[in-house]
Design a protein around this ligand. Structure first.
Ligand SMILES: NC(=O)c1ccc[n+]([C@@H]2O[C@H](COP(=O)([O-])OP(=O)(O)OC[C@H]3O[C@@H](n4cnc5c(N)ncnc54)[C@H](OP(=O)(O)O)[C@@H]3O)[C@@H](O)[C@H]2O)c1
Length: 326
């Protein structure tokens, strides 16, 4: 309760939290002085919104950034924009459609074939509140795009991340973009047995379920990495409320919500701050399995803290990607 009151106070006033940053901090501010020249970063959905700003700022700090996007035209436009601003920026693009596990595998194969290091993976891409649809693999779209595609992508790139961390001695980091919307999910948290059940489908709860999955994924991944002694952290973030293309299926509703909650909203540079903070800030060395908003750690929902649920989701997702890969 005290934590929630403090957080609301900080959101409304922009007052920084314990980290020294707060809701008004921008991605450039939280990475000020960061030398990212030794880092290779993949940002999914890096061609628009929060992902685009994340890619821009990390490239500005010297990182080699790979924008993984389903729309290569938009990704190339982002690359050109960043290079126009910073001619020495190292930005590449790669085709990734998270609705298709085949596309996820092809992206990972192409990346691994280049034999580049990989220090940071930012699982940012997402869709919100779409009407009931299924992915190419026949899985409910929000769960497939926001969670399952990222689950497989992370697993396929994990050995490369471990190798990079071992050889470079630099801590690897995985950042999952979740949301405060993880609080509003189905009554059992994740409806494993009915993941594709259209009769129970709620566009809002399915989004909440997928964002809960993003936190549970980071939590279980973190536990496994710690158990192995791998020098890689995994955390989840809520970026805040930012008017982006994400609202495409709920533009009118979100404009009305914004009217009554305008103090809570951020611009895109502020929206990318928590991702960039968790991805590169030195004060988070060794911090793993946590959930952040406004560049500060907070406590997520009871479902998101449930270790058994996190393991169950891991096993479920693992079986599903294996089954769909056959
Ligand atoms: N904006 C907010 O208020 C807010 C709040 C909480 C959490 N978040 C989270 O923040 C993340 C970024 O959202 P945003 O606000 O920056 O929205 P956005 O501008 O729509 O960015 C989302 C990105 O994901 C990409 N994407 C969607 N489906 C994809 C797929 N099947 N394969 C590959 N890429 C795909 C989109 O590509 P296309 O352009 O091709 O669709 C877009 O580049 C999301 O995970 C979202 O859930 C946002």
């Amino acid at each position: 309760m005290v934590e929630e009151v403090m957080r609301l106070f900080s959101v409304v006033t922009g007052w920084p939290g314990a980290s020294g940053f707060g809701s008004a901090s921008t991605a450039e501010q939280v990475t000020e002085g960061t030398d990212a020249k030794n880092l290779t970063v993949i940002v999914t959905g890096g061609a628009s919104g929060i992902g685009e700003e994340t890619a821009r700022v990390l490239a500005l700090r010297g990182a080699h950034v790979i924008i993984a996007a389903r729309n290569l035209e938009a990704a190339n436009a982002t690359k050109e924009k960043i290079e126009g601003e910073e001619p020495s920026a190292r930005v590449d693009v790669g085709k990734l459609d998270l609705n298709s596990l085949k596309s996820v595998r092809a992206f990972a194969d192409n990346f691994l074939a280049r034999n580049l290091p990989l220090n940071i993976l930012i699982n940012n891409a997402g869709v919100m509140f779409c009407p009931y649809q299924q992915s190419e693999d026949g899985i409910e779209m929000q769960f497939a795009t926001n969670h399952l595609g990222h689950f497989l992508l992370t697993n396929l790139l994990l050995d490369k991340m471990k190798q990079t961390a071992r050889e470079s001695g630099i801590e690897g980091r995985i950042v999952n973009l979740s949301s405060i919307a993880h609080l509003h999910t189905y009554e059992e948290g994740v409806m494993f047995d009915q993941i594709n059940d259209q009769s129970r489908y709620s566009d809002k709860k399915a989004y909440g379920q997928s964002k809960l999955a993003n936190i549970l994924h980071a939590k279980e991944l973190s536990r496994r990495l710690q158990e192995e002694g791998a020098n890689i952290t995994a955390n989840a973030v809520h970026p805040g409320l930012i008017m982006t293309n994400l609202m495409r299926h709920s533009a009118i509703l979100m404009k009305i919500v914004k009217l009554f909650t305008f103090l809570w909203w951020k611009n895109v540079p502020q929206g990318a701050a928590t991702t960039c903070y968790v991805a590169v800030h030195p004060s988070l060395k060794g911090v793993t399995g946590k959930y952040f908003t406004d560049c500060n750690e907070i406590t997520p929902s009871a479902f998101a803290r449930d270790e058994a649920l996190a393991r169950k989701l891991w096993d479920f997702s693992n079986k599903l990607v294996k089954k769909l890969g056959q």
